[in-house]
Design a protein around this ligand. Structure first.
Ligand SMILES: Cc1cc2nc3c(=O)[nH]c(=O)nc-3n(C[C@H](O)[C@H](O)[C@H](O)COP(=O)(O)O)c2cc1C
Length: 200
């Protein structure tokens, strides 16, 4: 007999999908704050708690930053394609060349996770916070998606100044949130875990 192991946490993990279609509905500030709090509760190197957050719910600014992020990433991938051509880079260049491509998918909330010089394991800290936040969001009925294409905003003077981000802070994880109008259509399947070794 195969025993089915399940609980709310596992269900939340297995059912989370990156959401790319959002309802035109604001997210209450308390929920955004709760999601950020969940991020801060993630494990972090030496418990420095060195990550910082910036939030944008201003619709006009979200459009401006999405467009900036698109153009920065387009330039990056055009350079990659020039240096080392690949189907992947060509496909990303094509995708980002479309001026109607809103890299934030009209989501009503973007939270940007920054690392500071206090972090001893910056990328790990920000990424763990991001996953905590995406799972917390799901548990609250919200969808989310990590937007790597927005990472270049961390080099944009206007963005950094608008949000009062000190120059020594690095943007690692831009995440969008909102109420999903549909879950992602791709099946939520993963390959079997590839366990390389297991000494018993
Ligand atoms: C570092 C990172 C960057 C990502 N950047 C983007 C992005 O710019 N745009 C996007 O639509 N999805 C992005 N994603 C989401 C992935 O495409 C998604 O997690 C992956 O396809 C697996 O699908 P799932 O999250 O629904 O399980 C990113 C995910 C990660 C972890």
């Amino acid at each position: 007999m195969v025993m089915t192991i399940t609980n709310e946490v596992l269900k939340n993990i297995y059912e989370r999908r990156s959401v790319r279609a959002y309802a035109d509905k604001s997210v209450p500030e308390e929920l955004i704050r709760e999601v950020i709090k969940a991020g801060l509760h993630a494990p972090n190197g030496a418990n420095t708690q060195g990550i910082r957050f910036a939030v944008v719910t201003d619709r006009a600014k979200l459009k401006v930053y999405a467009e900036k992020g698109r153009l920065i990433s387009l330039a990056t991938f055009q350079a990659i394609q020039k240096q080392q051509p690949s189907d992947m880079a060509a496909s990303v260049v094509k995708q980002l060349s479309n001026p109607n491509n809103d890299i934030f998918y009209s989501a009503p909330v973007a939270v940007f996770i920054f690392t500071t010089p206090y972090c001893i394991t910056p990328v790990e800290d920000a990424s763990l916070a991001a996953e905590n936040m995406m799972l917390a969001a799901r548990s609250l009925g919200l969808g989310s998606c990590w937007i790597g294409f927005a990472r270049g905003l961390g080099q944009d003077a206007e963005f950094m100044s608008d949000l009062n981000i000190p120059a020594d802070h690095q943007l690692v994880a831009p995440i969008i949130f909102g109420y999903p109008i549909r879950e992602d259509m791709r099946p939520s399947v993963r390959d079997e875990p590839k366990i390389l070794g297991w000494l018993k």
